[in-house]
Every structure is written in structure tokens, then in C-alpha cells.
Design a protein around this ligand. Sequence first.
Ligand code: SF4
Length: 379
Amino acid sequence: MKKPVIKCKIKEMKTLYVHIPFCGQKCFYCSFVVAVGQERAIDRYLDCLAREMLSYRLEEIKTVYVGGGTPTLLSAGQLCRLCGLICEHFRFRPGIEWTVEANPEGLTAEKLTVMKAAGVNRISLGVQTLNDKYLRYLGRNHDARSAQDAYRRIRDAGYTNVSIDMMLSFPGQTGGEIKEDARLLIRLHSDHFSLYTLSVEENSRFYTRNIAQNNGRGQARHYQWACAILRDGGYAQYEVSNFARPSKAAEHNLNYWQGGQYIGLGVGAHSYLGSIRSWNVSRLQEYFTRIEQGKPAQDGSETLTPYDQMKESLLFGLRMNLGVELEALAGRYGCFPSDAQMQKIDDFVRSGFLVRSGSFLRASARGRMVLDELCAQLV
Ligand code: SF4
């Protein structure tokens, strides 16, 4: 394959991520640092977010994503305040994609109405499965019925863009159970699906219990079954883990995969501005202390060279079904993959893991199954 030389620009975007670390209880598979049973600290946390936002005053943003944790653990009044802070401190055009992650428990009509009035137009609902046996196994705080009820409340509140998280490949889960679950979830008629296989990570309850996740081959088979059902249900895959109805791909996440810029606020949040990636402290008490003492919440940073940025954009871009345009990367960063990397890319194309499609390079269906391995070899 020849090295790309055509100069062209990828559209730059800056997005806003706000992290809410509070959860009602910790799911058994969760390895994140979450604040459980600390609802009394939420107002203090919002005070700190407000102070952190001051340094970005009136920055223009393209999408908003409030993630967690469980943002909808906040009361309606607290959600109203959070949305107000975002509107007050950032500039954005009306109607930009504004997502809030929600869990079924405690997702009241009042909270949904308050968020919608403030500009939230997309809800990402953590359902995971509609099989009560596996919801209990995962340590989720809801059952299938309450997840379906929460979904209906979201639609009743007028949201026209709803995503559902689905998890699969639990130890002992049969093919029939996976297919049945996918079919039941499709019947909810959401606009978007994020699909994950269970992985057992350090810092999770499953890890301390020595729960063994399914092997890679089993996970790949389960994932392919679910993918096929989602595709038959009218969802187009646009990224390794994400499926959408037409025009409902998540703009916020596309920005990450396209190497776009982002602002992250809150405990543990990451930012990527210019060539600098930075991250906030990951402990809640330290976050409070830093902000309340007038210090930045930032815990560290690294400067990426144009070559680092190009390489990351290449690897992230391969996660998308569209793939990545090498010429555009060359135009954007002023450099392109090394001779050794181009050789590797050619090898992967010849062996059917990567595909040249016009000016784009993308992973084949087979390549997506082993994408982490391909990327590790390309680094
Ligand atoms: S709701 Fe999400 S963030 Fe909270 S404990 Fe469960 S998996 Fe972790």
C-alpha cells in the first residue's frame, strides 16, 4: 500500500463530559471508583463542578454527555441545577446531542421532565439484560419489569433518542438465553444499542470472588449471535460495540473515535485539548479538597506528539465500521504510519483482517473479532 499524501481535514469537534460518581449500590462486575451511599455529598459535588466549570467559561461545545456512576441518582432539583450549570458555563447551539446516563431505579417522570426542559435529548439506559436471573447475578439494582417501566417513562416524557446498554456472555448463559434476551430488548424499540460482553476486571466483586469470564472464543460467538439479531432488527453496527437506527449514531462517542477534542469535568474525568491529554484525581475526597482549596483537580497530563495523535486516531478509527481515512490523518497531523506499520497494515489487508474501501481503511468482520490484538501489533 502506498503512503497517503493527499491533504484534507477531519472536522474538529469539542465535546463536554461531566462525570457523576454516585451509585445506589455497586454492581458485582463494576471496577470503577464509584461513591456508594454518599448521596449527602451530591450538593457539595455540584458546588465543586460549578467551580471547575469556571475555567472553561463560555467555551463552545458540540455535544454534552453526563455519565457515571448513576447521574439519575441525583434528585430532580439536583439534576435541574446540574443542567443549569452546563447551560450557564458553556456555549452551544440549541438541539445539540445531550445525553444523560440513567439506571432504571429512581428514574422518575419528574427527573425526565426536568432534564428535557433543560435541553437533554438523549437517554442512555443501563438495562444490561431482561432476564431477572442474570440481573440478580450481576448485582443490578433493578429487575426486568422496572427496566421496561423506566423505558416507557422515558418515551412518555417525549425523548426520541434512547440508547440501551446490553451485556451478555455470562458464565453459564446459554445461546438460547442470549438470543431471547436480544429479541426482548429489541421489542422495546430503542434507537441505539451498546453491546458488551462481561469481562471480569480487578476492583470488581466478581474478581475477588474468582468468577471466570468466558473465554475469547465463547465471547466472540455470543457477541456475533447478538449482533445478528440486532442487525435483523434494523440496527446498523457503526462501531465495535455500538448499533443504531438511521441517524441515531452517538455523536459524542464518534468524536472520541475520530480523535476529537473533549473537556472532562468531575472526579476521574479526562480531557484532551490541543495536544495535551489530562486527567482529574480519581478519589472523591481528594477532588473535594483540591477544588475547595482553589487548586486544579488535574492529577496528571501528557503531551502527545503529532505522531502519537495520528497513531491513536488510526487505532480508534479502526473501531468504526466506516474505518479511518489515512489521507485525512496525514493532512491533520502532518505525518502518517511508519514503514513498518504500513507493512503490517498491508499484511492484515492480505490476510483479510483489514479492508481497503475507497480511501478508507477498516476492520473486516473477522478483524473486529480480534481488533485489540491487531491494534497491539500496529502500535
Ligand atoms: S451502575 Fe454502573 S457505575 Fe454504578 S456500580 Fe453499576 S456498573 Fe458501576
